[in-house]
Ligand binder design. Structure first.
Ligand code: PSU
Ligand code: MN
Length: 307
């Protein structure tokens, strides 16, 4: 494979990977299409600090000027946050964006691909994509789920937003053989809410246990990733029924506007922001910091296990 020819890894990250030091990958779609500018600039800097405070190295990924970037400079982070002419790149878009030298933000699926190519094993995000409501009719199933089946990266998330059919999302992951582990919880979280009403496969007591499961899966030669559901801190959690009403309104607006395909998730995220008048943004930021912290601890524990 010649994928390294397309990739720039920041020296600090390359050195850490080569010497078994903890690295945590972060995605850029959350910046370009999930958060408003300029608030996302502070978030982008702060989430990297959270990873460093735990003794790990942050590696935000993006496609810029025909190159896969693993680790962004402050100027490149700014490009992703401003998001002027920055597309949303999932697995199917990757080759086109690189060949056409278009700038693109990486989704969970694409960030996993970039991480695996670079040799990074742990990734922190906000929420994953999944089976959309009525997905059994529309066949709108995020490529994130297929990626978890095939690409060996552990993804720490706060579950999935109620914009999705969480039950079917978990069914899909079960079929694909993806372990769904709760960090100190038996409930798969629902992003703004600590519980979705659906269980995880195993409620791990801490990051060391999670690292043990990840290592064992890969030692066995089982392909693909591991999904870790890490609930939003109690003090930032929002009411489930309130979010349900907001999301139903957002879904009705999407329906009326005829939005579909790759635009539906960004459309719904923007609507939720608008309808909750920014309350949801504070929660979104805090859950992402919390995921970055836990991902850094898992990355450290994995390094210790393979030392
Ligand atoms: N869900 C969120 N916030 C996000 C996303 C999803 O709560 O920012 C982004 C992630 O990058 C995820 C992508 O990988 O949307 C999924 O998009 P789609 O449903 O089109 O696969
Ligand atoms: Mn989709």
């Amino acid at each position: 494979m010649r994928n390294k020819e397309y990739m720039d890894v920041l020296p600090e990250i390359a050195e850490a990977i080569a010497s078994n030091k903890p690295v945590v990958t972060l995605e850029s779609t959350i910046l370009s299409h999930g958060m408003p500018y300029p608030e996302n600039v502070d978030f982008a800097a702060e989430v990297e600090k959270v990873v460093r405070a735990e003794g790990a190295i942050p590696a935000t990924t993006a496609l810029i000027g025909g190159r896969i970037k693993v680790g962004l400079s402050p100027a490149e982070l700014q490009v992703m946050c401003k998001a002027e002419d920055v597309g949303k790149v999932s697995r199917r878009d990757m080759a086109t964006y690189l060949a056409m030298k278009k700038d693109g933000a990486t989704t969970v699926a694409t960030t996993m691909i970039c991480a695996a190519m670079a040799g990074v094993k742990v990734f922190a995000t906000g929420g994953i994509g999944g089976v959309h409501r009525h997905g059994e009719v529309t066949m709108d199933v995020s490529a994130d789920l297929q990626e978890l089946k095939q690409t060996p990266v552990a993804v720490v998330c706060a579950g999935a937003k109620q914009i999705l059919d969480i039950g079917r999302t978990l069914e899909y992951l079960e079929t694909m053989g993806v372990p769904v582990i709760g960090n100190g919880t038996a409930d798969f979280p629902a992003f703004y809410c600590r519980k979705s009403g659906y269980g995880v496969d195993y409620a791990a007591k801490d990051e060391a246990e999670i690292a043990g499961i990840i290592k064992t899966k890969w030692d066995l030669g089982l392909e693909g990733g591991v999904l870790i559901g890490n609930p939003i801190p109690e003090e930032y959690a929002l009411d489930f029924d309130y979010m349900e009403s907001v999301i139903n309104e957002a879904l009705a607006e999407a329906d009326a506007a005829g939005v579909h395909g790759k635009n539906i998730t960004p459309f719904l995220l923007a609507k939720i922001k608008e309808l909750t008048k920014g309350v949801s943004f504070a929660s979104n930021v805090q859950l992402a910091y919390n995921n970055a912290r836990v991902a850094a601890r898992i990355a450290k524990a994995l390094c210790e296990l393979s030392a």
